[in-house]
Structures are given as structure tokens and as C-alpha cells.
Design a protein around this ligand. Structure first.
Ligand SMILES: *[C@@H]1O[C@H](CO)[C@@H](O)[C@H](O)[C@H]1NC(C)=O
Ligand SMILES: *[C@@H]1O[C@H](CO)[C@@H](O)[C@H](O)[C@H]1NC(C)=O
Ligand SMILES: *[C@@H]1O[C@H](CO)[C@@H](O)[C@H](O)[C@H]1NC(C)=O
Ligand SMILES: *[C@@H]1O[C@H](CO)[C@@H](O)[C@H](O)[C@H]1NC(C)=O
Ligand SMILES: *[C@@H]1O[C@H](CO)[C@@H](O)[C@H](O)[C@H]1NC(C)=O
Ligand SMILES: *[C@@H]1O[C@H](CO)[C@@H](O)[C@H](O)[C@H]1NC(C)=O
Length: 483
């Protein structure tokens, strides 16, 4: 009986929830909920497990000669005149037996591309596209106009200061795919492994980047991907005779890095931002224990449902922004970001000519793949030990946060940083952008924390200028300035 009733619900979700937008889809909660229903996987996956597996399986490599030229984008449909940088996109096979290949998009810098660093950008979900979300909505060189057909230049694009590589990860996300459908049941471990294999092969295709300064950045659930991949790179740099990747640093934006602080940080943010009542907040704090190994009580689950219901239909990822609706043009967001942007991206990326120009396989492209998140296999409850290892390794570790995000809010990041037990070197100060406070900074030992004021979850969408200023500081290895 149950199955009969649940299937239609399930399939209607597939149709309606593929975007982050006003329909309330929450890819992170989707994955967490499915993890909870399979209690055995809610445990900690050790770092040793990952390393051991990798040491025992050689990294797949294949010849890449001539493929760079094939991947060059001559122009994107609807691109504005005067594009002054090179773009490439295509697939890198990471498993030939399964027929698994990851899709990338590279936007090189207009100026100094041959000396600017290489930056990998990863979106989270799990299951969300780095090209559609990261490049087309956040930090890439173009934004899709409301006709779904033409593009305009984003003057605050991050490729102004770096060569930015967007990777659709894992297989099943965006344009990345596998010919073996069981690969779509994946998790953190496989994602890290495939991303590493991608990098090693991609660097063969673009050998001019082999020794370039390299950074890994990302947001949300990429709070798992970025540290795990960085750890793998550092470990493999020591043990293989393959390419040594010149990893200089990582930056994590509104990142889900720790289950306990993610939960308490979110509900505390709800309460302090007048989204839930005193009673619900008290109900959660006195009935819920979100730490590893604790029992999740019925009362705790009930209060969390109440919190989600009390929140009602607001844009979770930027709590003061308008929803995409027929009225959204009459009430534009403070930042001027069009809340219907993801619909334009959906329309544009599903245009056959666009897919062709990107060298993508013809597919029904989605912003987030619901099934990938639902079937997520391994998800450690915390990656803080990995972050601590990276902090001690000498690479630069930055955590940044848009302070109007309700999903992985700034409170969650601050609680997580407390758990890292590092000490303050440069105390909290406001950083400035164009004569106004861009946000706040704390310099910790081996860690920098930066907020971006007035930005939601997708920081460069809502505060493009402040986001680029922060990003340029990160690459320079200098704290954003107070002046
Ligand atoms: C997947 O299968 C198609 C059709 O057989 C083939 O053209 C493609 O190369 C395969 N993909 C990979 C990564 O092997
Ligand atoms: C390009 O590099 C030169 C030399 O380092 C520097 O002076 C110049 O400001 C850079 N231009 C841009 C746009 O980054
Ligand atoms: C190093 O390269 C050799 C020869 O190509 C290979 O046999 C060996 O397995 C490699 N070692 C590692 C650790 O990858
Ligand atoms: C929460 O659960 C953990 C693990 O069972 C336990 O060690 C801790 O004492 C609990 N915290 C509270 C406040 O009960
Ligand atoms: C743009 O694409 C979206 C999503 O496919 C669609 O709902 C909308 O009608 C399209 N708009 C135009 C102007 O074609
Ligand atoms: C910072 O890094 C150094 C080594 O580079 C290490 O000895 C120290 O324990 C680290 N401290 C923290 C809090 O990460």
C-alpha cells in the first residue's frame, strides 16, 4: 500500500524540485534525510580509509594529445560581442570500463592568463551543477538574460583574476555522466577519487597549467568535496610519480563541514533572524542532540518539522531576497539579482545549439540531480579533522560566509571554527569595499574567516563586487583591507 502511494509523490518531486529556487528544494536536506533512513551510514568515514583505497588503486590515465584544441569553444550562442578570453569545455574520462566521464568548463583570464593561478570551483548539493550554478549564476563570465537565449557579461567574474575551472561532479551531475547506471549511487569517497583522476588527466590535456599555482574552492556541500580533494592531492603528491599538483590553498563558502554545528547554527540563525518562535527554538535546543552517536528523538524530529513549517515560503538561501514570481520584477532584491535567473539558465542550457557549442552530450540538463543526492552512500558527519590536517600542512585555508544565507548560515561557520580550536592572531575587524563595510574578518592561526555582508548562500550572485574583492585577497594571500 505504502509504495503505491509514495511513487507518485516521488516522481512529482523529480519534476518540480530540480532547482534551488522558490519551490523550496533543499538538496542538502534531501541527502541528509536519506542518510538518516539508512542509519548504518551515519558514521564517520576515516581519512585512512580513503588513503588506503587510493594507494591500492592506480590512478587511471589516458593520452590527452590534441584534445585541448577540440575542447575550445568558438563562441557560445547569444554571447555578447567583444569576448576577450578563451573558453574550453568537454569531457575527461575517469573510468573507461564503466564509461564514466566528467564535464568541465574553463574560463581563462582576459589578461595575464599565462601567469594567473588556476582555480577549481565546485558546487555542492550533493548533486548540483558547477557549470549551471557556479559559472552561469554566480562567478562565471556570463549571465543568462531573461530571453533564455542571450548572455551578458558579468564584470565581477572571478576569471578577471584567475583561470577558473568549473567541474561538474560527481558523474550524474549537470553534463557529467556514466554509461553504468549503478555509478549514480555514489558518495564522498568516489567523488574525491574521480575528481583527482579528472585533475591528473586534465593537466595532461592542458600541460601549461601543470606547475601553476592551484587553488580549490567551492560552496555548500562542497564543504566536503574541497577538503577531501585537497587532502587527496597532498597525499598523492607525496606517494605517486605522477604530476605533483601545486596546491596553494582552499576556500570554503557557506560550507557544510560539520553536522552538529550545521544544525545548531541553522536553528540559532532562524531564531535570531525572526524566522521561528521562541517555543520552537527552545524545543529544538532542549530535545535535540546533533552530535555523533546521539539518539535522534521523535520530539527533536517534530520540532525540526515545526521550524521548517514556521519558516514558510521564503528564499532559504538569501532570507531577504524576493522569490521568483510574477511580482519579482516589481520588488527587486537589494543586490539587483534577478531571482528567476535559474529558470533562464535551465532554458539556455537545454537549447540543443548551446549543448553543441559546449561539446556536451545532448541531455536534459538539470541544476541539481535529485537522485544523486537521494542515493548518496557515504557522508562523514564532520570533515573538521580533514580541515585541521590541511591547516597544519601549510596551505592557506579560508572559510567565507554570506551573512544572509539561512541554509548554511554564518552562525554554523562560526560554531564550526570554534570546534577547530585554533587561536585568534588578528582580531575581528571590518573590511572595506568602495567605502563601505564589505564584511568582517578574523585571522586565526592557519585559518582566515571572512564574511560577505548582505550576501546569501550563492555569495557572488548577490554581492558580486564584494565577492570578487574577497576572492582577489584570498589569491594574494592577504587579508581584505581595512581602509
Ligand atoms: C558511453 O557510451 C557511448 C555510446 O556507446 C560512447 O560513445 C561513449 O564514449 C561512452 N562514454 C565513455 C566515457 O566511455
Ligand atoms: C598583469 O600582470 C602585470 C605584471 O604582474 C601587472 O602589473 C598587471 O596589473 C596585471 N594585470 C591585470 C589586469 O591583472
Ligand atoms: C611509478 O611509475 C612506474 C613506471 O611508470 C610504475 O611502475 C609505478 O607503479 C609507479 N609508482 C607509483 C607509486 O605510482
Ligand atoms: C549528546 O550526545 C553525545 C553522544 O552520545 C554525548 O556524549 C553528549 O553528552 C550529549 N550531549 C548532551 C548535552 O546531552
Ligand atoms: C525560459 O526557460 C524556462 C525554463 O525552461 C521556461 O519556463 C520559460 O518559459 C523560458 N522563457 C522564455 C522566454 O523562453
Ligand atoms: C598550524 O600549522 C603548524 C605547522 O604549519 C602546526 O604546527 C600547528 O599545529 C597548526 N595549528 C593549528 C591550530 O592548526
Amino acid at each position: 500500500m505504502k509504495i503505491v502511494f509514495q511513487l507518485p509523490v516521488y516522481f512529482s518531486l523529480l519534476v518540480f524540485v530540480s532547482c534551488y529556487g522558490g519551490n523550496g528544494y533543499d538538496p542538502l536536506e534531501n541527502a541528509l534525510k536519506n542518510q538518516r533512513s539508512r542509519a548504518s551510514v551515519l558514521n564517520h568515514v576515516s581519512n585512512e580509509e580513503l588513503t588506503t583505497e587510493l594507494l591500492n588503486s592506480p590512478v587511471y590515465m589516458s593520452p590527452q594529445d590534441g584534445l585541448k584544441e577540440v575542447d575550445k569553444i568558438s563562441s557560445l550562442p547569444g554571447e555578447p560581442a567583444g569576448t576577450d578570453f578563451d573558453q574550453y569545455s568537454g569531457y575527461v574520462t575517469v573510468d573507461p570500463n564503466h564509461g564514466r566521464a566528467l564535464f568541465y568548463y574553463l574560463a581563462e583570464s582576459p589578461v595575464n592568463s599565462s601567469t594567473n593561478p588556476l582555480v577549481l570551483w565546485l558546487n555542492g548539493g550533493p548533486g548540483c551543477s558547477s557549470f549551471g550554478n557556479g559559472a552561469m549564476m554566480e562567478l562565471g563570465p556570463f549571465r543568462v538574460n531573461s530571453d533564455n537565449a542571450t548572455l551578458s557579461r558579468n564584470k565581477y567574474a572571478w576569471n578577471n583574476v584567475a583561470n577558473v575551472l568549473f567541474l561538474e561532479s560527481p558523474a550524474g551531475v549537470g553534463f557529467s555522466y556514466s554509461n553504468t547506471s549503478s555509478d549514480y549511487e555514489t558518495g564522498d569517497k568516489q567523488t574525491a577519487k574521480d575528481s583527482y583522476t579528472f585533475l591528473i588527466n586534465w593537466l595532461e590535456r592542458f600541460p601549461e597549467y601543470k606547475t601553476r599555482d592551484f587553488y580549490i574552492t567551492g560552496e555548500s556541500y562542497a564543504g566536503h568535496y574541497v577538503p577531501q580533494l585537497a587532502q587527496l592531492v597532498l597525499q598523492n603528491n607525496k606517494i605517486t610519480n605522477q604530476t605533483v599538483i601545486n596546491l596553494k590553498g582552499i576556500a570554503l563558502g557557506n560550507a557544510y563541514v560539520d553536522h552538529e554545528t550545521g544544525k545548531t547554527g541553522m536553528y540559532d540563525f532562524f531564531w535570531t533572524h525572526t524566522i521561528i518562535s521562541d517555543e520552537i527554538h527552545k524545543g529544538i535546543s532542549s530535545n535535540c542532540n546533533f552530535s555523533e552517536g546521539a539518539t535522534i528523538t521523535d520530539a527533536c524530529i517534530e520540532y525540526q518539522y515545526e521550524a521548517y513549517a514556521a519558516k514558510s515560503n521564503i528564499y532559504f538561501y538569501d532570507i531577504y531576497a524576493p522569490l521568483c514570481s510574477p511580482f519579482s520584477n516589481s520588488a527587486p532584491s537589494i543586490s539587483g539579482f534577478d531571482p528567476c535567473t535559474e529558470n533562464y539558465i535551465l532554458g539556455y542550457l537545454n537549447t540543443p545549439a548551446v549543448q553543441h557549442s559546449l561539446h556536451a552530450k545532448p541531455v536534459q540538463w538539470e541544476s541539481c540531480n535529485y537522485l544523486i543526492g537521494s542515493n548518496w552512500k557515504d557522508m562523514p558527519l564532520t570533515v573538521l579533522p580533514v580541515i585541521q590536517e590541511l591547516m597544519a600542512s601549510g596551505i592557506s585555508v579560508w572559510i567565507y560566509s554570506g551573512d544572509t544565507d539561512g541554509r548554511v548560515p554564518v552562525t554554523a561557520s562560526r560554531y564550526a571554527i570554534n570546534k577547530l580550536k585554533t587561536s585568534v592572531k588578528i582580531p575581528w575587524y571590518p573590511w572595506m569595499y568602495q567605502g563601505e563595510v564589505g564584511g568582517y574578518v578574523v585571522g586565526y592561526q592557519n585559518l582566515t574567516f571572512v564574511t560577505i555582508r548582505g550576501a546569501g548562500h550563492f555569495v557572488p550572485s548577490y554581492q558580486p563586487g564584494r565577492a570578487l574583492a574577497f576572492f582577489a585577497s584570498f589569491l594574494k594571500g592577504k587579508l581584505p583591507t581595512y581602509h
